[in-house]
Design a protein around this ligand. Structure first.
Ligand code: DX5
Ligand code: ZN
Length: 221
């Protein structure tokens, strides 16, 4: 069974708590933090993460609050996001000059540490930090916006990463993000992904719970 992480980027921010409750069938709740510098879009910061955490505590306490930081200089904000209630913090390898230090800092805050790869970034960039990763997030679109089509070239990358993590016997989970829908989820699972982020797929569905179940049970048709 794949874990599903609906992305609140596609939720109604005016009814955020209600929308978080509407995806309580999911396993994680994915929060996209964008700064208008690393990516061309601006979204939210720690106060909204705090609101997400409160809604999750009240309505779906089993869900893991998963913060995907698409920001430059993420080290400056790790503590703020941890204090706001993030349970996973993912930084982008492309902006971390001292990735080893950043991952250690996240772990030191008692939070699961994730690292994300843009579509053009090789999985080899993680060779010497995989042991510090609870999560590797493989972007299947260029980060910045919801509702984009997936980039097909991502599948061999997921396969290579899966093989590498398994060969080393490490516990790191593989997460994919961008263009994931109920009808293509099986392809990510077959390639070796454990956690599937879906924004427009889940929040755009008439029956969100049913859509989440389909992604959780994704298998080759
Ligand atoms: C894109 C974000 C994604 C986005 C996914 O930069 O990181 O989490 O919300 O949206 P969909 O599932 O619509 O492609
Ligand atoms: Zn994301």
């Amino acid at each position: 069974m794949a874990l599903v992480a609906p992305s609140i980027l596609s939720a109604d921010f005016g009814h955020l708590a209600r929308d978080i409750g509407s995806v309580a069938a999911a396993d994680w709740i994915h929060v996209d933090v964008m700064d208008g510098r690393f990516v061309p879009n601006i979204t939210i910061g720690p106060p909204v993460v705090q609101a997400v955490r409160r809604a999750r505590d009240e309505l779906a306490p089993h869900m893991v609050v998963d913060c995907h930081l698409m920001i430059v200089e993420p080290d400056r904000y790790l503590e703020d996001f941890a204090k706001a209630g993030a349970q996973v913090i993912t930084v982008h390898v492309e902006v971390c000059t001292h990735l080893d230090r950043s991952l250690q800092a996240i772990r030191g805050l008692g939070v699961q540490a994730g690292v994300s790869l843009n579509p053009h970034t090789s999985e080899a960039a993680l060779d010497y930090v995989l042991e510090l990763c609870d999560l590797v997030l493989v972007m299947s679109v260029n980060p910045g916006f919801g509702g984009q089509s997936l980039i097909e070239r991502v599948f061999p990358k997921i396969e290579r990463l899966r093989a590498r993590i398994d060969a080393l016997g490490l516990p790191a989970k593989i997460q994919v993000d961008g263009g994931v829908k109920a009808d293509n989820a099986w392809r990510f699972v077959e390639a070796g992904a454990d956690v599937l982020v879906s924004g427009s797929g889940v929040f755009g569905a008439k029956d969100r719970a049913a859509e989440i179940r389909k992604i959780q049970e994704a298998a080759r048709p």
